[in-house]
Design a protein around this ligand. Structure first.
Ligand code: AMP
Ligand code: MG
Length: 406
């Protein structure tokens, strides 16, 4: 039997054989979750001008000194300043202007009294103020968030919604990002069919392609669905050739274990430099990875749960690295086993499909159902994989490590 290698060894073999793709300019809204390829430096101040953080009255703070509920002060009202308009009057002593959130502060004002502490009198010619404000109160100063020359977004940042907002506020609507890989996928296996027709003896329906396409989409990759390819050398070769011209990476499922009739193996060996690995994990022990021409190819196992776990542990990190991520792996968390988890020693680390309840003080981990590598129901109910090192498992109340799947 072929030697098993550790998960870390297999992951490091895969990850070191892929590189970040080149940069490309994209429209702002296409940038979310992409990695920015060039740093962005501010050319403007944000906020661009001093403005009010509240609806109220722009005043000189000194004019409100001593104002209380019982001994209010009265100021003369000059004008109303809506957001988007420039003030026409200067605030001199004893005067004020009504001002709306976001409107520019008029000259001479150094504070804003919230409207809640005021009322108009004298047909709007005067304003009664019932609270003292200090200098600068309720004013958002120009450049408080950014001034010209500030580094807004360092190169390598994964863009989130707030980054996109920041860029828009600076008038930047096109950005240079690391290209996100387009990933081709096909299933192999003569037992597989797609369609509603009744299954003939020995047949099952292709499910992996649908799970994997959904995972690729979840992770923001473009996909090319090459469908279900029969176990036929010519058909497999033709599809791989197509993927070489249209994709940045290729995923196949099935035909990487020890079975006969696995023509995908024959073809990949002929066309590329492939490593056929037996990884010391369960599920997802068999894995093929290699380069065909320039194309990274992930030969994921055929068992439905294995194909998904293999995607999470090998393909996803590599595709993230190709997308420019510097931390391509999912973080590991600690929780507590809410039940016993039994397993047998077999030299492998087991990844149990579990449901982690994070609303408790410590995350509580319970089985998500069937644990066979062919049993998708357990995977469907899981939000995480719990890591059970080689041995006999663990008892309720013990500490367990897990990674989230979503
Ligand atoms: P293989 O790796 O081709 O030996 O397949 C291992 C197991 O996974 C077999 O029981 C296959 O029938 C099953 N299998 C392979 N490909 C798929 C697929 N695309 N969808 C569902 N099951 C599959
Ligand atoms: Mg097969």
């Amino acid at each position: 039997m072929k030697r098993m290698i550790s998960l870390e060894e297999a992951q490091s073999y895969v990850i070191k054989n892929v590189d970040a793709l080149e940069g490309e300019n994209v429209l702002l809204l296409e940038g979310r979750n992409k990695v920015i390829a060039e740093p962005v430096v501010s050319s403007e101040s944000i906020p661009p001008f001093d403005n009010t953080a509240v609806d109220g009255y722009a005043v000189k703070a000194i004019d409100t000194q001593g104002a209380t509920e019982n001994s209010p002060v009265s100021l003369e009202m000059l004008e109303t300043i809506p957001a988007g308009k420039t003030p026409t009057f200067t605030i001199d002593q004893g005067k004020c202007s009504k001002i709306m959130t976001g409107a520019p502060l008029p000259d001479g004002a150094d504070a804003v009294v919230m409207v809640e502490w005021t009322e108009q009198s004298d047909n709007g010619l005067h304003v009664t103020i019932r609270k003292e404000v200090s200098e600068g109160q309720h004013i958002r100063q120009s450049g408080e968030d950014l001034v010209p020359g500030n580094l807004v977004i360092p190169k390598g940042t994964i863009l989130n919604a707030a980054h996109l907002g920041l860029l828009a506020s600076l008038g930047i609507y096109e950005i240079s990002t690391v290209k996100t890989p387009t990933v081709g996928i096909f299933s192999t296996g003569d037992e597989l069919i797609e369609g509603k027709q009744p299954l003939k003896p020995g047949q099952i329906r292709d499910s992996n392609r649908f799970s994997l396409l959904a995972l690729l989409e979840r992770d923001g990759f473009q996909t090319v669905d090459f469908g279900l390819i029969p176990d036929d050398e010519e058909a497999i070769e033709e599809t791989i050739k197509k993927a070489e011209t249209s994709c940045d990476a290729l995923i196949t499922t099935g035909g990487v274990s020890m079975g006969d009739f696995d023509y995908v193996k024959v073809v990949l060996n002929r066309l590329g430099r492939m490593q056929w690995m037996q990884v010391a994990i369960k599920p997802a022990k068999p894995l093929a990875f290699g380069i065909v021409g320039q194309l990274p190819v992930f030969g994921l196992p055929g068992n439905p749960v294995s194909s998904m776990v293999s995607y999470e542990l090998f393909a996803r990190p590599a595709l993230k690295k190709m997308s420019g991520y510097t931390e391509p792996y999912r973080p590991l968390f600690f929780g507590v086993a809410a039940q016993d988890f039994n397993r047998k020693p077999d030299g492998k680390t087991h990844y149990f499909r579990v449901l982690v309840d994070v609303t408790q003080e410590t995350p509580q981990i319970q089985s998500a159902g069937h644990q066979g590598s062919h049993q998708l129901t357990g995977m469907a109910g899981a939000n995480a994989l719990a890591i059970l090192p080689d041995g006999i498992g663990t008892t309720q109340g013990s500490k367990l490590q897990f990674l989230f799947l979503d």
